[in-house]
Design a protein around this ligand. Structure first.
Ligand code: PEP
Ligand code: MG
Length: 545
C-alpha cells in the first residue's frame, strides 16, 4: 500500500475504485475522408452511444432537474436535423468528428444570438459536442463518469458545473491534483458531505479502477487498499454519518453559553437535518448560468422555499455576491485586470443598482408571507459609509434587520463604526483571509497563508467580536473556519455569537462546544491570540484542553 499526501478539505473517510474525470476531447487535424459511408456510420454510432449513455444517466439521476437536462440533451443528440447536417458536412469533405463539431458550432452561434433561455443552453450544447466528438474518436466520455457503481472521483480540478450534479451515493470521495481549501469545489464537497482531498498532484499517475482510500480530514490518500478494507472503511464512515444525523439541539458550551449553529446553504435543497437557522444563504446560485437575471417572481419563489421551511427561525440572506470567482454572464462585466479587487459583491450595485433593488424587493415579499426571522446582509463591504447606505436601502424595502459581511480588512478595522448603522456582522473568513494575506483563495500553493489559525486573521476576528460586544450587537462567522471544531472554540472564546457552516459539519462543532465551558474557550482564544504562528496556535489549543 502506498500513501499520497494532499490537503483534506471535506472531512470523512471513503474508499473505492478511482475514476478520472475525462477531459474534453481535442480535435486532431482533419484527415482526408476515404469513405463517406464509413464517416456517416461513425456519426450514427456516436449518436446512438451518446443517447444511450445520457438516457442511462437520466434514469439514474436523483435530481429531477438534472434528469430533465439530460433528456433534453438526448433529444438534441437524436434530432435528425443534426445528423443530416453532419452528413452534408461529410459530403463536403469533413471527417465525422469535425462534421459534428462544425454543425454544433453553428447551433451554438444560433442559440447565443437568440438570447434568453436558448443562450443559457449553450453549455449543454458544448457538453453534447464533447460527448459526440469523444464517441467518434473512441475516447472516454468527458465529464464525471457514470460506471454504474460507486467510485472515488479524481481530477486535475473540478469546475462548478462538474460538481453541481454530483450524487454522494455514487461519488464516495473527491481527490484533485490542484485546488485550494476555500475553492468552491471544497465548499460544495462539504455541502454534499463528500470527503475530499485537494492538492494531491500524484493522483494524476493513479490509473482508473485502482483501489484507494482517502481521509478528508488529514488529506492522506492510500493506494492499493483491498476490497475488504474498503468495505470496512465505508461502513465506519456510514456509522459516523448516522451518529451526526442523530445529534440535534442548539449549540451550547458545557456551561450552557449559547453559540447558535447555523447552516450555509445555496437553496432550500441544502437544508438537511434539524438546524437552528440559516447563517448564510448564498443567493448567487439562483443567478448562475442565467443569460438574464432571474425575474422577481422567480426569486420570490426561491426565497419562499427557504423561509417557509424555517418558521420562527433566523435566515440570513446574503445579497448577490457576483464577480471575481463567481462571474455572472448577465452582468456583462467588462474584463478587469484584477477581478478579485474589482466590481464584485456589493460593488456591482454601484453600476447596476437595479439588480440589488429587485432582489431586496423579492426578499421582502417572501419574508412578509412567511414566519422566518429574515435578516439581510451585503458581501464585500469595505467602509462604514457603504454599510450605512446598504442598511438604509434595506430598511426602505421594509427589511428591518440589515447587516454586512466582513471580508475586507478595512471593514474589520472599522467594525465599531460599521455597527453604528448595521444590526449585525457576519465574518466571511474565506475572503477575509484572501484579502488580509493578499493570497488568492483559489491558489492551493498559498494554502498555508489561508489557514484560519494565522495570527493576523485571529486578531481581525477578535477586533470584530470586541466591537460587537461593545455595541451589544451579534457578530457571527460564516466562512469555512467556523466548521473547524477546534477553531470554533477559539471563536466562542472571542465572543462570536453564531457559527454558520455546511449542515453536515454542525454535529462535530456541536460536540466540541458541549465539551468545553465558556471560560475554557476564553483561555483557548487568549492562547491562540498570543501565538505567533498557526502551528503554535494549534499547540496552544492542545495544551489548554
Ligand atoms: C467568505 O468569503 O468567507 C464567505 C462566506 O463567502 P464566499 O465563500 O461565498 O465568498
Ligand atoms: Mg466571500
Amino acid at each position: 500500500m502506498r500513501e499520497l499526501a494532499g490537503l483534506g478539505v471535506s472531512p470523512g473517510r471513503a474508499a473505492g475504485p478511482v475514476l478520472h474525470l475525462a477531459p474534453p476531447p481535442s480535435l486532431p487535424s482533419p484527415a482526408a475522408v476515404v469513405s463517406a459511408a464509413e464517416e456517416r456510420d461513425a456519426v450514427r454510432r456516436a449518436v446512438a452511444l451518446v443517447a444511450d449513455d445520457l438516457t442511462r444517466r437520466a434514469d439514474a439521476a436523483a435530481d429531477p432537474t438534472a434528469a430533465e437536462v439530460l433528456r433534453a440533451q438526448v433529444l438534441m443528440a437524436t434530432d435528425e436535423m443534426l445528423t443530416d447536417a453532419a452528413f452534408a458536412a461529410i459530403e463536403a469533405g469533413a471527417p465525422a468528428p469535425h462534421a459534428i463539431a462544425a454543425v454544433l458550432a453553428e447551433h451554438r452561434a444560433a442559440f447565443e444570438a437568440a438570447g434568453g433561455y436558448l443562450a443559457e443552453r449553450v453549455t449543454d450544447l458544448d457538453d453534447l459536442r464533447d460527448r459526440l466528438v469523444a464517441a467518434c474518436l473512441g475516447l472516454s466520455m468527458p465529464g464525471v463518469p457514470s460506471p454504474g457503481h460507486p467510485f472515488i472521483l479524481a481530477a486535475r480540478d473540478l469546475a462548478p458545473a462538474d460538481t453541481a450534479g454530483l450524487d454522494p451515493s455514487v461519488v464516495l470521495g473527491l481527490v484533485t491534483a490542484e485546488g485550494g481549501p476555500t475553492s468552491h469545489t471544497a465548499i460544495l464537497a462539504r455541502t454534499l458531505g463528500i470527503p475530499a482531498v485537494v492538492r494531491c498532484p500524484e493522483i494524476s499517475d493513479i490509473s482508473d479502477m485502482s483501489m484507494v482510500s482517502l481521509d478528508g480530514a488529514t488529506g492522506v490518500l492510500a493506494v492499493g487498499v483491498t476490497q475488504a478494507q474498503a468495505t470496512a472503511i465505508n461502513a465506519g464512515a456510514a456509522r459516523l454519518r448516522q451518529r451526526g444525523a442523530d445529534s440535534t439541539g442548539p449549540g451550547r458550551t458545557a456551561d450552557g453559553h449559547p453559540v447558535a449553529l447555523l447552516a450555509n446553504i445555496g437553496s432550500a435543497r441544502d437544508l438537511t437535518g434539524d438546524v437552528e437557522g440559516v447563517g448564510l444563504f448564498r443567493t448567487e446560485l439562483l443567478y448562475l448560468d442565467h443569460a438574464d437575471p432571474p425575474s422577481e417572481q422567480e426569486q420570490v419563489a426561491a426565497y419562499t422555499a427557504v423561509f417557509s421551511a424555517l418558521p420562527g427561525r433566523k435566515v440570513v440572506v446574503r445579497t448577490l455576491d457576483a464577480g471575481a470567482d463567481k462571474p455572472l454572464p448577465f452582468l456583462r462585466q467588462a474584463a478587469e485586470p484584477n477581478p478579485a479587487l474589482g466590481l464584485r459583491g456589493l460593488r456591482v450595485a454601484r453600476r447596476d443598482p437595479g439588480v440589488l433593488a429587485t432582489q431586496l424587493s423579492a426578499i421582502a415579499t417572501a419574508a412578509a408571507a412567511c414566519e422566518a426571522d429574515v435578516w439581510v446582509m451585503a458581501p464585500m463591504v469595505a467602509t462604514a459609509a457603504e454599510a450605512a447606505e446598504f442598511t438604509a436601502v434595506c430598511r426602505a424595502h421594509g427589511l428591518p434587520t440589515a447587516g454586512v459581511m466582513i471580508e475586507v480588512p478595512a471593514a474589520a478595522l472599522r467594525a465599531g463604526a460599521i455597527l453604528r448603522d448595521a444590526d449585525f456582522l457576519s465574518l466571511g473568513t474565506n475572503d477575509l483571509s484572501q484579502y488580509t494575506f493578499a493570497a488568492d483563495r483559489m491558489c492551493g500553493d498559498l494554502a498555508d497563508l489561508l489557514d484560519p489559525w494565522q495570527p493576523a486573521l485571529i486578531a481581525l476576528i477578535a477586533a470584530c467580536a470586541a466591537a460587537g460586544l461593545e455595541a451589544g450587537k451579534p457578530v457571527g462567522v460564516c466562512g469555512e473556519s467556523a466548521a473547524d471544531p477546534g477553531f470554533a472554540l477559539v471563536l466562542a472564546g472571542l465572543g462570536i455569537s453564531s457559527l454558520s457552516m455546511a449542515p453536515r459539519s454542525i454535529p462535530a462543532v456541536r460536540e466540541a462546544l458541549a465539551a468545553h465551558t465558556l471560560e475554557e474557550c476564553r483561555r483557548i482564544a487568549k492562547a491562540a491570540l498570543a501565538a505567533d504562528t498557526p502551528e503554535a496556535a494549534r499547540r496552544a489549543l492542545q495544551k489548554t484542553i
